[in-house]
Design a protein around this ligand. Structure first.
Ligand code: FEO
Length: 393
């Protein structure tokens, strides 16, 4: 898709509306864009990031239409994950002499993935290349946002920062590219889901990266996924900063429960009642056997309060709940209040396992947790409501 986004910066990315799961893991019902950009200087031109392999011909065709008789001189690689680097080899074939620009870690991955070790230019933090008469690209190394090689590129005179995955979101681009030309609201929930699913483990690196480039004075953010941010740039940076610090985005609650025959589900419903009675208004409920983990993880990053309710299974914890707790641990989820409800028929392992799994994490377990034998009676359900009220305080 071709779109001019400033005097000498063009969007040359593509939409993917056919892949079911990003990285083979995360559902993308609204699709995803693989953003790429072309910076056209008086003397030289630079592509910023490629696209996924199956879209390479579209990207090459777009570049040819924009440049006419000219050729791209540089291919700057901010990020090597193949949703962006997949077109490198085809770009080099289409445009002989194209110089691949990256830091040392990037270029070792270029060789490892694509066998390319010539016509490359290694850059360090703060290095720049000039494209002619007031068009300068300067590079800032921002490792682990989201891979070790990730960096950002600042088009200084255009005040445009190319950020790789940072500030990205799920959702293909439906006609417009820049946020001023679209309804941006559908992209914000998908930004929380994208961040929490993909980058959530690397919060401290995202925070460091935002500090590293925060003083550059950029007015446009061009990430590798989702809209180009101009009007809503501040909101996007604030949202990413909050998520990187593991700050809850609101005071709501996420209730995640597993239930084989409905008894634990009834307990989860009772906890929800208690939360509502205590004044919590934003309550999300997920049956862990029904909701995709992608959406559960997003709500965990969104809400301050979390309820985990699950039965004992094979003398341990209901496996799908164990997977959610592992997903929380992998991402270092912290600054959350958590209430626990276990259930069992003869072996009371669920509450014990959940408590042990969360020990050492930076979440606050509220109350003593409940462990209910077989079907909940009226007293058990009232205890669940009381736990909800306590969590909601
Ligand atoms: Fe969009 Fe980490 O790749």
């Amino acid at each position: 898709m071709e779109s001019q986004i400033s005097e000498n910066v063009y969007y040359i990315g593509v939409n993917d509306r056919t892949t079911a799961r990003f990285e083979g893991l995360w559902p993308i019902p609204q699709g995803v864009s693989y953003n790429s950009y072309l910076v056209v200087g008086e003397d030289k031109t630079a592509i910023i990031d490629g696209v996924e392999t199956s879209h390479a011909l579209e990207q090459i065709d777009t570049i040819r239409r924009i440049l006419g008789d000219r050729r791209p001189d540089y291919l700057v690689i901010n990020h090597m994950e193949p949703d962006h680097s997949g077109s490198i080899a085809m770009l080099r074939n289409a445009f002989p002499g194209l110089t691949v620009v990256g830091n040392a870690t990037t270029l070792s991955m270029v060789k490892g993935y694509y066998g390319i070790d010539c016509d490359t230019l290694t850059v360090k933090d703060g290095d720049s290349i000039a494209l002619g008469s007031g068009t300068t690209l300067r590079f800032y190394l921002t490792p682990m946002v989201h891979w070790p090689e990730t960096m950002m590129t600042h088009a200084e005179e255009a005040k445009t920062l190319f950020t790789g995955d940072a500030f990205g979101c799920f959702g293909a681009l439906n006609g417009a590219v820049v946020d001023t030309d679209m309804d941006v609201e559908p992209y914000f929930p998908e930004m929380v889901r994208y961040y929490s699913n993909i980058v959530g483990k690397y919060g401290r690196f995202v925070k460091k990266a935002i500090e590293h480039v925060g003083g550059l004075g950029f007015e446009t953010i061009c990430s590798t996924h989702g809209p180009v941010w101009r009007e809503h740039l501040g909101r996007v940076v604030d949202l990413y900063s909050a998520m990187a610090a593991y700050e809850p985005l609101d005071e709501g609650a996420t209730i995640i429960y597993g239930s084989m025959y409905g008894n634990t589900a009834r307990m989860a419903e009772a906890v929800a009642q208690g939360l509502a009675q205590s004044g919590v208004r934003n309550i999300a409920m997920h049956d862990v056997s029904v909701s995709d983990a992608s959406y559960i993880i997003a709500d965990i990053f969104r809400h301050r309060r979390i309820v985990l309710a699950a039965p004992t299974y094979s003398d341990g914890l209901f496996p799908l709940m164990a997977a959610i707790i592992e997903a929380m641990a992998i991402r270092g989820v912290s600054n959350r209040k958590v209430a626990l409800v276990g259930s069992y028929t003869w072996a009371p392992k669920a509450l014990k396992t959940m408590t042990e799994s969360l020990s050492g994490s930076n979440v606050e377990i509220v109350g003593d947790g409940l462990s209910v034998k077989q079907a909940p009676d009226a007293d058990s359900l009232e205890a669940c409501r009381e736990l909800g009220r306590l969590l909601g305080k």
